[in-house]
Design a protein around this ligand. Structure first.
Ligand SMILES: Cc1cc2nc3c(=O)[nH]c(=O)nc-3n(C[C@H](O)[C@H](O)[C@H](O)COP(=O)(O)OP(=O)(O)OC[C@H]3O[C@@H](n4cnc5c(N)ncnc54)[C@H](O)[C@@H]3O)c2cc1C
Length: 377
């Protein structure tokens, strides 16, 4: 079988692999990106118009990293000459007896991020789209908003190609069948060729357990179902009117989020968390029970959306680690292999920063970003 050799190989063309490719190319490093489908496909975790970005984290470790993540997006925007972030403001909501909002507010306070704590009664009064129980606990973060996800991926591909020139190689529709870590160099086995790498970054998203079965139990793919609503009066649900929002109730599955309409694609609402899924499964169906569950949630928060038409749906996959953490680390026995599985349903906002971290680790073996919590234990 013909064999090729590359200095840096990135496996996976989702948010993490593309960001790593862009950051390597930006440093003048030669890089090969391999993706099993066409770039921009909708079978993994990174497709769709937008993702929420916020400092509002109940876990202060993530809140502390957010200023660096915002900086990374600003730098990318400057380099691309196009906006990628839309400031919509963001609401965190929880009912009495759930300490989610209290913890988010404490994190925001700790990092000095502007915010305003309020009651449900005040929210309903100040933003008439929300009709919520008076005793709901609410915190508003004005800097929260959206990252234009599809556009962010596209500009990183464009920039990796333009700054890298002949040193950037991108292979689409090229599935890696197997990774051989017993050879001198990490070796990717394709159907018709092999590729050896001086450094390999594996950013395979929900498929990571296929290549590293020893971590499959700790990195669990979940199926996410997303509904896009078309309200009869779209104005209150448009950018500038509706902030992004996250609701956490008492149960582990009692977690929902939504965002304003981006480019007339509908108002996105979903439950955070889903059932385990085979990453190769491609079932696009969304049942009546789930649709009713979301409408039921909306009836207690954004009642005008409850009976709105669902104009389209989307399926996406989370790769969930314990404690909803990320995994970014060297392979335990090979410093020339990096594993990158930063998802747990909240990784996109960090992806540009994580691309930089991966480029740091691959090229100089260390990073100034605190990733201790993401290491293999
Ligand atoms: C519905 C949904 C909503 C989300 N909302 C938010 C949000 O609001 N805010 C936020 O910050 N984050 C959010 N996230 C999380 C975020 O989108 C993910 O953390 C991020 O997209 C993960 O990217 P990834 O590159 O790790 O995975 P993927 O995007 O899945 O990329 C992995 C890539 O590897 C490729 N691959 C796998 N195996 C092979 C192989 N053998 N050969 C070649 N290629 C291979 C796959 O085809 C895929 O393209 C959300 C995720 C989902 C699904």
């Amino acid at each position: 079988m013909p064999g090729l050799h590359y200095r840096n190989v990135v496996l996976g063309g989702g948010a993490m692999g593309l960001a790593a490719t862009y950051h390597l190319a930006r440093r003048g490093e030669p890089v090969l990106l391999v993706e099993q489908f066409a770039l921009g496909h909708d079978r993994g975790s990174s497709h769709g118009a937008a993702r929420i970005i916020r400092h509002s984290y109940a876990d202060e470790r993530y809140a502390r990293l957010m200023p660096r993540a915002f900086d990374a997006w600003r730098e990318l925007e400057a380099e691309a000459g196009r906006p990628l972030y839309i400031r919509t403001g963001g609401l965190s909501l929880s009912p009495p007896g759930v300490d989610y909002v209290a913890r988010v507010a404490a994190s925001l306070e700790a990092i000095g991020c502007p915010h305003r704590r309020m009651s449900g009664e005040e929210l309903s009064r100040t933003n008439p789209s929300f009709i919520v129980p008076d005793d709901l606990d609410v915190v508003f973060e004005p800097d929260a908003g959206l990252i234009l996800a599809d556009r962010a991926l596209a500009v990183q591909i464009e920039l990796a190609r333009s700054v890298g020139g002949m040193r950037t190689h991108i292979w689409e529709n090229s599935a890696v069948l197997r990774i051989d870590l017993n050879a001198d160099r990490p070796t990717l086995v394709f159907r018709d060729r092999t590729v050896t790498a001086e450094r390999l970054i594996v950013a395979a998203g929900p498929w990571i357990g296929r290549h590293f079965p020893e971590y499959a139990a700790r990195l669990r793919p979940e199926r996410q179902q997303i509904l896009y609503f078309l309200p009869s009066n779209p104005t209150p649900f448009s950018i500038g009117h509706l902030p992004v929002f996250i609701y956490k109730g008492p149960g582990p599955r009692d977690a929902y989020y939504g965002m304003p309409d981006v480019s007339e694609g509908g108002v996105k609402v979903a439950r955070h968390g889903g059932d385990p899924v085979d990453p190769d499964a491609d079932d696009r169906g969304i049942g009546v029970m789930y649709r009713d569950e979301i409408r039921d949630f909306l009836s207690g928060v954004l009642p005008d959306l409850t009976h709105a038409r669902i104009m389209r749906t989307e399926i996406c996959k989370y790769t969930v680690a314990d404690n909803e953490d990320f995994l970014v680390d060297f392979h335990p026995v090979r410093r020339d292999v990096l594993l990158a599985s930063p998802c747990s349903g909240h990784g996109f906002k960090f992806s540009c920063l994580i691309g930089r971290v991966l480029a740091d680790l691959a090229t100089i073996g260390r990073t100034d970003i605190n990733i201790e919590g993401w290491r293999l234990k």
